[in-house]
Design a protein. Structure first.
Length: 307
């Protein structure tokens, strides 16, 4: 409870309740600014309105935007503000905010948004916390192995596999004899269902195009950007391959991806802090559960809801 009393969000909510009660007492039956039929259109009201309309909560930007409006644009903005304010007051006066689950959820989201804002302000991540987060979540930053290669293809849909492999063997000698380059692969062989060049592709991706066996074979090949090798069999035919990159999987150093880890650690800290703050708010309430399940209901019945 002591920690709860120190929470800025709790102070904010308590202060908001106090102001609401005080406003009701002071303005009960009063005229002027307290009159619910008086709409005061001042600069602060318009600045807030502009920020919500543009979904850009930057007061300086909103002020600049407001100051640049022409007389006609300003008049239209004021008309929009007054219309929205009046209809909002009428809706409240009619009690349309009561028992409306959509409005209830929006109000809950607003409190969650405010809570998250306080959490962001108090969730700095120092170097020690950053390293602890990185060590605890290393698997999220694992760099999968990848290869870069090109291939020349001979299909087996309209010919026996032995014939396709024979054509590939003959083409292999030609490619190496003529020192055919990586970039020249599309000029040889037959059209493949997918791609000719594969750049920094993972085992899963390669296997999805060539099958698991060929993918495994490619990831075991040494790199050589001057030699064609093969043939390799896929479900679609025979392939000749030039492999130019074969990087094993690895865990990167923190320094390599520090910016990304900082962002992730801060988001995690905000989520944790927000959850704690909302938990503290809930704990401040006396929750009395009087609901009891009807023991006669069959909990296994399809469609039954189990709390």
């Amino acid at each position: 409870m002591k920690r709860l009393l120190k929470e800025p969000l709790v102070h904010f909510l308590a202060g908001g309740r106090g102001l609401f009660v005080l406003f009701g007492i002071v303005n009960r039956g009063s005229d002027g600014d307290g009159d619910p039929y008086v709409v005061l259109v001042d600069r602060d009201a318009l600045l807030t309105f502009v920020q919500y309309r543009t979904k850009a909560f930057e007061p300086s930007v909103a002020a600049a935007r407001l100051d640049k409006l022409s007389d006609e644009e300003l008049e239209r903005l004021i008309d929009d503000y007054v219309r929205e304010e009046v209809l909002h007051r009428e809706a409240l006066a009619l009690g349309l905010d009561r028992d409306d689950y959509v409005i209830r959820r929006r109000l809950v989201q607003k409190v969650e948004f405010i809570t998250e804002g306080f959490a962001e302000a108090s969730s700095a991540v120092d170097e020690a916390a950053l390293r602890r987060y990185f060590e605890a979540n290393k698997d999220d930053y694992y760099v999968a192995p990848y290869v870069t290669f090109t291939h020349v293809f001979f299909e087996t849909e309209d010919r026996p596999r032995e014939q396709a492999r024979a054509l590939a063997g003959k083409k292999l000698a030609e490619l190496n004899r003529d020192k055919v380059l990586f970039s020249e692969a599309p000029q040889h062989g037959e059209r493949f269902l997918y791609h000719v060049n594969y750049v920094e592709r993972t085992p899963e991706y390669v296997a999805s195009h060539f099958g698991v066996d060929m993918a495994k074979a490619l990831f075991e090949l040494p790199v050589n950007d001057e030699v064609w090798v093969g043939p390799f069999d896929s479900p679609y035919g025979a392939h000749l391959v030039m492999l130019t990159t074969n990087e094993p999987g690895r865990e990167p150093l923190l320094e390599e991806i520090k910016g990304r880890v900082i962002d992730d650690a801060r988001r995690a800290a905000v989520r944790e802090r927000t959850t704690e703050a909302i938990g503290d708010i809930v704990d401040a309430y006396d929750v009395r559960i009087v609901y009891q399940r009807d023991e006669g209901l069959d909990a296994g019945v399809e469609g039954a809801v189990t709390p």
